[in-house]
Each structure stands twice: as structure tokens, then as C-alpha cells.
Design a protein around this ligand. Structure first.
Ligand code: 1CP
Length: 343
């Protein structure tokens, strides 16, 4: 068992810096496309044997140090009773957005084994196959709320912020229900065998720090405190969150995920004795090999004082990235970090 990733999460010394990539199982891999060609995205998410196959692909093909469960952050929202489909091109759609007390009251707090048993089954199957740790995950309540309120992806978050500012009680009630669901969902993943848990707050960066503190952070804190008893490392990734980093430390997470907009050395000074994960610009994977290796060396050096560093991209790998470029980066992280010149 390669436990380098778990050691780094706990701030323990490692022989080299572990790496995995957000969205490492996905469309940039021809092997994923081949599986996906025969099924819709939701069919794929709900078939454990297929989820196992695509989860293993980046581990086998690229040699990453951790696997991330193949699923989607919106799966438990569908289980709450919000109809969901994925439009090829437009992404996720909730045709019945949650914008009223009545719509909120219709949502349930699902039993994770009963309503999302396929996720737990995927985890149990994966643990029999994997030689690297398995990361389970969820969305953070604010990010999940944006999808339910907007009815899908958004750029400006008009409906979300309108509810926050004009009906704060309704907004907080929705956040409480999503939080209850997410907390149970992650606890069930831990029981099924997940070895670390990442909370994705993809849209936290659209909030002013004061609004993040009032409307988003308390719910992340609640989930993380509920998870303490599992003993698993918790990673909190607030995308576009450089201006929220000091507050994000208060989430209680063991590892802070960083997007590429912040210098990793600066971030290390803010997070203190917590580990960091990140943070190369996903598009920098397109650099020529020597420049890519140089950038990776600089990043490793920048993180040398971290209380644990897990190398990752600053956000998900772009779907048109050639897998060979991802492989160059992974090999470079392993090779350069084993050399004391960099760490
Ligand atoms: O067409 C396809 O094959 C679907 C593309 C795809 C994939 C591969 C989607 C649709 N989701 C996923 C898998 C996925 N999603 C994983 C799998 C594990 C891995 O990382 O390898 C994970 C962790 C997610 C998480 C996820 N889904 C997030 C958080 C991370 C992030 O990127 O910020 C978000 C925001 C989603 C919602 C989502 N799922 C898919 C789409 C197109 C979207 C919308 C994104 C948006 O609103 O811009």
C-alpha cells in the first residue's frame, strides 16, 4: 500500500511529494471516453462496476498517488428529491430550481445507503482493488446550493445572491438541509472505506469574505466537526479562494486545497501547521517539457516549509489536455521532490 498521500495529509515526512489531479478520471482520457460512449453520465455514476473501472484508469495509466471516487457532487442533491439531468454541452440541469419555502420543504435528507447505495458500493469495491488511498468527496453546501437555486451552472449567481440578501432565513434553511445531507453522505463514505475526504467549494470565490463567513463557512465547519470522529484527513478546496484563505483555515480542515491564483509559499505562511494541496495552473500542463519541469521544481521549492504538501492542479484537468503531458508532470513531481535540492 502506497500511503505517501495520507502521510502528507497528516504533515508527516515523506520520501517524495505525492500527486493526484482533480478530475483525473474524465474526458481527457481516451479510455474514459470509450466507457462513456455507451452510457449517459448519470448511468455511469450509478453503475458501481463502471465507476470502479474509470476510477482506476488514472491510477494505472498515469501513476498518481491517490484515487478519487468517480461520481459527481450533484448525486446527493438528486437523492434529496431534486430532479437532475446532464445536458451534453450545457452541463447539469435542475429543471425544478429550489427558490421557495415550499420547494425546500419537498426536499428530503436522504439515507446515504438507501438512496445513494451505488456510491458506497463503488467505494467498497474500489478498496479491494486499490494500492493507493481512496479519496471520497462531496460538494460544499454553498456550491451545492448554487446549483439547486440557479437550476444548473451559473456565471453571475443572481438567484443565489438574491435569496441570500432578500430571504436570508430561507437561504440558511436550505443550507442547513444540504449540510445535514452532506454530513451523513460523507460519514457513510468513511464507513464504506474512503481514506480521505475532499469538500469541493467550487464557487466560494464569488463571495465577499464577510458573506463567506456568514453564509458558507459555518456549514463547512459543521460538516468537518461531524467528520472528526472518523479520524480521516479532510481536504477543503475553495476554488478562487485566495482572499478567503484565512477564513478557510477556520473550517477545521486538515488540508487546504489551493487554486493557482495564489503563490504557494504565501499560502503556506497563512495555513500554519496544516497541509496544503495544489496548485499548478491546469493549463500550464501545456508548457514544453523543460519549462513544465522548471515550474514544478519552483512550486515544490515554494512549498518546502509546508506542514505536508500534496501536489495537485489548481483546479480540474482540462478536457483537451493530452494525457502524455499529465504523465510528464506526475513523473517530474516524483523525481524532483525526491531530490533535496527542491524540498
Ligand atoms: O460528460 C461527461 O463525461 C461528464 C463530465 C463530468 C465528469 C467526468 C462531470 C459533469 N462530472 C465528472 C466527474 C466528477 N465531478 C468528479 C470525478 C472524480 C475526478 O475528479 O476524477 C468530481 C470530483 C466532480 C466534482 C464536481 N462536479 C464539481 C467540483 C469540482 C470542480 O470542478 O469544481 C462540480 C462543480 C461538478 C458539477 C459538474 N459536473 C459535471 C459538469 C459539467 C459540472 C458543472 C461544472 C460547472 O458548473 O461549470
Amino acid at each position: 500500500m502506497n500511503d505517501t498521500f495520507l502521510k502528507a495529509c497528516r504533515g508527516e515526512k515523506t520520501d517524495y511529494t505525492p500527486i493526484w489531479m482533480m478530475r483525473q478520471a474524465g474526458r481527457y482520457l481516451p479510455e474514459y471516453q470509450k466507457v462513456r460512449a455507451n452510457f449517459t453520465f448519470l448511468e455511469l455514476c450509478k453503475t458501481p462496476e463502471l465507476c470502479v473501472e474509470v476510477t482506476l484508469q488514472p491510477v494505472d495509466i498515469l501513476g498518481v498517488d491517490a484515487a478519487i471516487l468517480f461520481s459527481d457532487i450533484l448525486i446527493p442533491m438528486e437523492a434529496m428529491g431534486a430532479p437532475l439531468y446532464f445536458h451534453e454541452g450545457r452541463g447539469p440541469i435542475f429543471p425544478e430550481p429550489v427558490r421557495t419555502r415550499e420547494a425546500l420543504d419537498r426536499l428530503i435528507v436522504p439515507d446515504p445507503e438507501l438512496h445513494t447505495g451505488f456510491v458506497m458500493e463503488t467505494i467498497r469495491l474500489l478498496r479491494k482493488e486499490l494500492k493507493v488511498p481512496l479519496i471520497g468527496f462531496s460538494g460544499a453546501p454553498f456550491t451545492l446550493a448554487t446549483y439547486l437555486i440557479e437550476g444548473g451552472s451559473s456565471k453571475v449567481f443572481w438567484e443565489t445572491k438574491k435569496m441570500m440578501f432578500t430571504q436570508p432565513d430561507l437561504f440558511h434553511s436550505l443550507m442547513e438541509k444540504i449540510t445535514a445531507c452532506t454530513s451523513l453522505y460523507l460519514q457513510a463514505q468513511a464507513r464504506a472505506g474512503a481514506q480521505a475526504l475532499q469538500i469541493f467549494d467550487s464557487w466560494a470565490g464569488v463571495l465577499a469574505p464577510c458573506d463567506f463567513e456568514e453564509f458558507a463557512l459555518p456549514y463547512v465547519q459543521k460538516i468537518i466537526s461531524d467528520l472528526k470522529a472518523t479520524g480521516l484527513p479532510i481536504i477543503y478546496f475553495a476554488n478562487n479562494g485566495a482572499t478567503l484563505l484565512e477564513l478557510s483555515v477556520q473550517s477545521g480542515a486538515d488540508v487546504l486545497g489551493l487554486d493557482w491564483r495564489i503563490d504557494i509559499g504565501d499560502a503556506v505562511k497563512v495555513v500554519g501547521n496544516r497541509a496544503v494541496q495544489g496548485n499548478i495552473d491546469p493549463f500550464a500542463l501545456m508548457l514544453p517539457k523543460d519549462k513544465l519541469r522548471q515550474r514544478i521544481g519552483n512550486l515544490l521549492h515554494g512549498a518546502r516549509n509546508a506542514h505536508g504538501h500534496i501536489f495537485n492542479l489548481g483546479h480540474g484537468i482540462h478536457q483537451f489536455t493530452p494525457p502524455d503531458q499529465a504523465k510528464i508532470a506526475i513523473d517530474a513531481v516524483h523525481e524532483l521532490s525526491a531530490n533535496h535540492k527542491y524540498r
